[in-house]
Each structure stands twice: as C-alpha cells, then as structure tokens.
Ligand binder design. Structure first.
Ligand SMILES: *Cc1c(COP(=O)(O)O)cnc(C)c1O
Length: 406
C-alpha cells in the first residue's frame, strides 16, 4: 500500500520564509536589518565550500560523526512484527543532536564577525551544546536560564560554567523557560550587532527554521545511505520525537521525496490531553504567532500560550517549527503522541534489551516504535531517531520509578 504523496519540497521556504501559511518573520522593526544580514550571510555561506569543509571537519573529528545506524535485534524480536533500527545521535559529543546546529550557528556567527553567542535554555541542554560550540570557535557565550530551572538543573549549569559560559538567571514571573526567552530577547535587542542569538531548534523568525534544518539534515542524509548499505533498501517508516522539531526535520528531510517511506513525528501527551498536562501542539493547537513566527500554537482564544508539560524537558514548548505545521497540513508527516508513562516504559525497555539508555525525549519516539512494530508485518522496518542519551534523566527516573530497579 502506498498512500504517501510524492512531492518535491526542496523549494521551501519561499523568499519570505514561509512554508505554506507558516513561518515568516514577526519581529520588532529594530531587528529587521539584523535578521536580513543573517539571512544574507547564511545564503552566502550555504554555497561556500570552505564553510562546508570546516563544518564537516568539526562534525567528523570533534563531534564524532557519522553516528551509526543500529539494528535493535533484541528489542525487535521481543516485540514481533517490524524490525526497529536506531540512528544513534546519542553518540554525538555532548550526548545529543543539538551540537549539529550549534556548531553551524557558531561558525556562521564567527564569520559574521560576532563576538558573543547568546541563547535561552530550559533544562540546559541547548545551553551546554552552545557553550561547547562557542568555546570551540572562540566566542564568548551568555546563557539565560530561569532561576527555578537553575536550581533544578545544577549539573547542566556547572557544565556550562566549566565550559566558560556565563549563566544568567531570569528571576521574573515563574522563573522558567518563558522568562528566560523574554530576558534573552531583551538583551539581544540592546546589542544585536556584536551578539548572535543562536536559536535552539527549527523555530523563530526566518531564516532560523530553514537554517537549523539545513544544519540538522546531516542526520537523515547519513541515515539514508547507512540504512541502504545495511539492508539494500529504504525503511518503511521513520519516527522522531518533536519538541521544536529539529531532530525530526533533520531525519525527515532526506526522505521527503521517498513516497514509500512513512514519516511520523511523536509529540508528548504528558499526563493527558487536558490543558497544561501536555505539549501536543500539532494534535491540539491552533494557528497563531509566537516568538517571531507563525505556526500551530497551544494557546487560548486571545493567543496567550498555554502552560505545557512533558517528562522530556526538551519537548516542553507550546509551538512547533513552521515546516512541521506545513508537513502536517499537506499530509506528508503523521503526528502522533506518546505519554510520560509510555516514555518511561520505553526508557526502561531500551536500557534492558539493548544496553542503550535513551534521553526521555527520544524515549517518546522509541515508545511509538514499540507500539507500532507489532502492527506491521515481519520484514518491515522502522528507523527511530535516538536524539540523545539518557544519563541526564537517570536521577529523575530513579527518584520516581526506582521501585522498578531490583
Ligand atoms: C532538545 C532535545 C529534543 C527536542 O528538540 P527538537 O528540536 O524537537 O529536536 C529532543 N531530544 C533531545 C535529546 C533533546 O536534547
């Protein structure tokens, strides 16, 4: 059965940064010139061979790419049905896919003559990856983080500080990610000339959704070739968790034109689908504008963003990259959900069948594959993006589910 449309989507976004009706740039006028400069610099660099050679060299020799595609035989055999394969982004330096785009953004910022990278961080994962990239290319780094998050994520704060970054607390409001975004943005507007705001996913105003996608597409470009080498064919299905959507779009991009490959994005249904209990944007959101771009947003009728929750802190975001909203509307990607509980089950299951402890974010995609594999015929294959490793989540999981350890 082949119901997936074939389409060439490589022309997107359009010149104004739109993927269909989503994307664009909704920013204060004083930032318009700066964003145009970033767009121009990126347009120039994406065709610059030296830039690609330098980035490819860092990805290979510093981050450890290519990451392997691994056939999870024991997990597959235990489930019956389809075979499950993992793209091992957890094996990157710093433990997740985020370094792929942080290295790209850091090199771009240095070529533009910027002196400092700045960003907000929630649980600290983007902050750690960016602090790493900043140090490597010789730029200063300021990371804005909610005061409450700083208390919760001490080890990531220490990592950023050890790497030479300044961690600046956002004390307003509830002292979490939203306040950190507000503060980082305020500081950026004060000096957008020497600072570069390095966005942590395929979100934000144009050109960030397409630029971060282009830096992440290495994941799918590698995986497509590796999978063919292993099996002589393409997978039947891809699965990736979706927070802002960078690891998912990174895996999907190389396969968008393969009509026989079904693409599945997995959002967190958290504790359930009531407002405040989840971050299942594409399942329950509505069109709106947040953080400088138009997409699907979890918000009330007045456009005020909903509180969001997931056990995977990297998935806690009330919107999603504009290209995902478009891919949903045109039917090229199917978006489903996995709950906190399913993610924890998958966390244990992958650890104990394959000796791989996944990030709780990635465990959402694994949970989907565990649910789906028995429904597919033997011989079918699901390729899961294992976006990160789970060491960072062990304390939390053991504190709340330690009774499962005998
Ligand atoms: C940050 C993070 C995510 C979510 O971000 P995306 O942009 O949706 O990929 C997923 N997995 C891991 C391990 C992360 O650190």
């Amino acid at each position: 059965m082949n119901t997936t449309p074939t389409m060439n989507l490589s022309h997107l976004p359009d010149e104004r940064g739109y993927f269909g009706e989503y994307g664009g740039s909704f920013i204060p006028p004083q930032l318009a010139t700066i964003l145009d400069e970033i767009t121009d610099a990126y347009e120039h660099l994406r065709n610059d061979e030296d830039f690609h050679t330098e980035l490819a060299g860092l990805l290979r020799h510093y981050s450890g790419r290519p990451t392997p595609v691994y056939h999870a035989r024991r997990l597959s055999a235990a489930l019956g049905g389809a075979d499950i394969y993992l793209k091992r982004e957890d094996l990157n330096h710093t433990g997740a896919h985020k370094l792929n785009h942080c290295l790209g953004e850091a090199l771009l910022a240095r070529r533009m003559g910027k002196k400092k990278l700045i960003a907000e961080t929630g649980a600290g994962q983007h902050g750690v990856a960016l602090a790493t990239a900043a140090t490597l290319v010789g730029l200063a780094c300021d990371i804005y983080m909610g005061a409450v998050d700083i208390e919760k994520q001490r080890s990531n704060v220490s990592r950023m500080q050890m790497l030479g970054a300044r961690v600046i607390p956002a004390t307003a409001g509830r002292g979490t990610l939203k306040e950190a975004v507000d503060l980082a943005f305020e500081e950026y507007v004060k000096d957008p000339v020497t600072q570069f705001y390095a966005i942590g996913s395929v979100v934000g105003p144009h050109p960030f959704p397409s630029m971060v996608r282009d830096f992440q597409r290495v994941v799918g470009d590698e995986a497509r070739g590796q999978f063919q080498e292993l099996t002589g064919r393409l997978p039947d299905m891809l699965a990736a968790c979706v927070g802002g959507g960078s690891n998912a779009i990174g895996l999907f991009t190389a396969f968008l034109g393969d009509s026989g490959v079904e693409l599945v994005g997995v959002e967190p249904s958290g504790r359930g689908l009531s407002r405040g209990d989840h971050a299942a944007t594409l399942t329950l959101g509505r069109p709106g504008v947040l953080h400088g771009f138009r997409s699907i947003v979890l918000c009330d009728e007045a456009g005020i963003p909903d509180p969001v929750h997931s056990i995977g802190s990297g998935l806690v975001y009330p919107s999603v990259g504009p290209q995902h909203s478009h891919l949903r509307d045109i039917g090229r990607v199917r978006y489903v959900t996995a709950s906190d509980e399913e993610a924890v089950d998958a966390f244990f299951r992958l650890s104990r069948t394959e000796g791989i402890i996944p990030a709780l974010e990635s465990a959402h995609a694994v949970a989907f594959a565990i649910r789906e594999a028995p429904r597919l015929s033997p011989g079918a294959a699901i390729l899961v993006n294992l976006s990160g490793r789970g060491d960072k989540d062990l304390d939390h999981v053991l504190e709340h589910h330690g009774d499962r350890i005998s």
